[in-house]
Design a protein around this ligand. Structure first.
Ligand code: IFM
Length: 451
């Protein structure tokens, strides 16, 4: 088994311009349905597990929910206009399954499909390529009532939904990702219980992890059958994970965490197997895998999206707080560690036969304040500059990265943290729903201007 190699030093990072990237490189911004759309009960949308989770007191730090969010469902034209003005060329968004198929099975909702048609056509009309994600965690509640992702039948439901999306939009979408961060869905949602559906069982989480991957493979088959020319792939949260110290126990912890987060997904998707050491670690919690499942999971894939925010240091003592160690952090208390993106990409390039890669999310929450209509988020500008430079460093060493998407276009509903954490390059004044491009948005615009 290969572990990440040791980090290059920081001074290897130099400022870059877009000319340092391939001509065809896709520069974009990303969002997700539940985090921005609002209109939770409009035009036939069914309830999702996140509506249910938000309604349970104590689950969301500020007691908020996705009922209104950024009201993007009604303000999408304005948001697309902002993207166009910034010179963004690609828009990664997700579709809310319960908007398209309210119960996750049976009839599709024409009004839900029409909304995404307006997004896709609106983006294309502005010269922006649409990159869709089918599942960014908002499972129809009706499916959860039948066992959710722990129930293998949901994989077929997902494939049917994927088929409909590809049939309807596959001629116009540049790319379709099946899942966003299946590790988060499986483990924060079903082991730690801090995300919807709020279950706390390692065994269920691992089975869910398997079913999410299986549903990915089944959805690829279903979408390919439509003849779509969209690139098909999946989006994973990935970090380089290092032992905190040279102690044997920390080294073993790093092996395990890397196995659960990086190798579990990459080995399954690209080699058709789960890592043997992790199956051993899981023992009784190992998933039920039926004959043929791994071949479905490992169907040829056009791209893998990487969501990168920080590195992880693994300690047998449990999680550590980077701020307490004096490391630079964002408002999420995540360490700011740009070279982690280079390290991760080089390690994946070394260990796997990769398809095209995209950085499908990268960004930071800071305590932004709106002062006289301006947000001076210099920290975010620096974060983006350094991480983009770190991506370029990997490309220069041979990694095939085709695009970069800032998380996020807008401040939005940051899951269990509610609206207090602001990731946007555009500030959202939730009281008035006005948008204020931050200094980082203007920086991104100037970075993207050609010649
Ligand atoms: O907001 C999330 C997003 O939904 C998935 N990736 C990480 C982001 C920041 O936490």
């Amino acid at each position: 088994m290969n572990m990440p190699s040791s980090p290059p030093s920081l001074h290897t990072l130099k400022a870059v311009t877009r000319d340092d990237f391939p001509q065809t490189f896709a520069w974009g911004v990303a969002t997700a349905s539940f985090q921005i759309e609002g209109a939770a009960r409009s035009d036939g949308r069914g309830p999702s597990i996140w509506d249910t989770f938000c309604a349970q007191p104590g689950n969301i730090a500020d007691g908020s929910n996705g009922d209104v969010a950024c009201n993007h469902y009604h303000l999408y034209q304005q948001d697309l206009d902002i993207m166009q003005r910034l010179g963004v060329e690609a828009y990664r968004f997700s579709m809310a399954w319960p908007r398209i198929q309210p119960d996750g099975v049976g009839a599709f909702n024409p009004k839900g499909l029409d909304f995404y048609e307006r997004i896709i056509d609106g983006a294309l009309a502005r010269g922006i390529k649409p990159y869709a994600t089918l599942f960014h965690w908002d499972l129809p509640q009706a499916l959860q009532d039948g066992g959710g992702w722990n129930n293998r039948d949901v994989c077929q439901r997902f494939a049917d939904y994927a088929h409909e999306v590809a049939r309807r939009f596959g001629d116009r979408l540049s790319a379709i990702a099946t899942h966003n961060e299946p590790w988060v869905m499986a483990f924060l949602g079903h082991e730690q219980g801090i995300f919807a559906p709020g279950i706390k069982s390692r065994k269920i989480a691992v089975q869910v992890a398997h079913h999410l991957l299986l549903s990915h493979g089944m959805a690829l088959d279903a979408m390919r059958a439509t003849g779509t020319r969209a690139q098909l792939g999946i989006v994973l949260n990935q970090s380089p994970i290092y032992p905190d110290t040279t102690a044997e126990a920390d080294i073993d912890r790093a092996r395990h965490d890397d196995g659960m987060i990086v190798r579990w997904y990459m080995d399954a998707l690209l080699k058709g197997e789960y890592p043997a050491d992790i199956l051993d670690d899981l023992a009784d919690a190992a998933p039920v895998v039926l004959p043929g499942d791994m071949a479905v999971i490992a169907r040829p894939i056009d791209f893998i999206g990487i969501n990168y925010y920080t590195r992880q240091l693994a300690s047998a003592q449990g999680p550590y707080n980077p701020k307490e160690r004096g490391l630079p952090v964002t408002d999420m208390d995540w360490e700011i560690y740009p070279l982690g993106i280079t390290e991760l990409l080089l390690r994946l390039h070394r260990d796997y036969k990769l398809p095209a890669l995209y950085i499908t999310e990268n960004g930071a929450a800071f305590r932004d304040e709106l002062v006289a209509g301006q947000v001076d988020d210099r920290d975010r500008v620096r974060y983006l500059q350094e991480h983009i430079a770190a991506v370029q460093l990997a490309i220069a060493q041979g990694v095939d990265v085709r695009g970069y998407f800032v998380w996020s276009l807008l401040d939005n509903f940051e899951w269990a943290s509610g609206y207090a954490k602001r990731f946007g390059i555009v500030y959202v004044d939730y009281a008035t729903q006005t948008r204020h491009p931050k200094r980082s948005a203007e920086w991104y615009r100037s970075f993207l201007v050609r010649g």
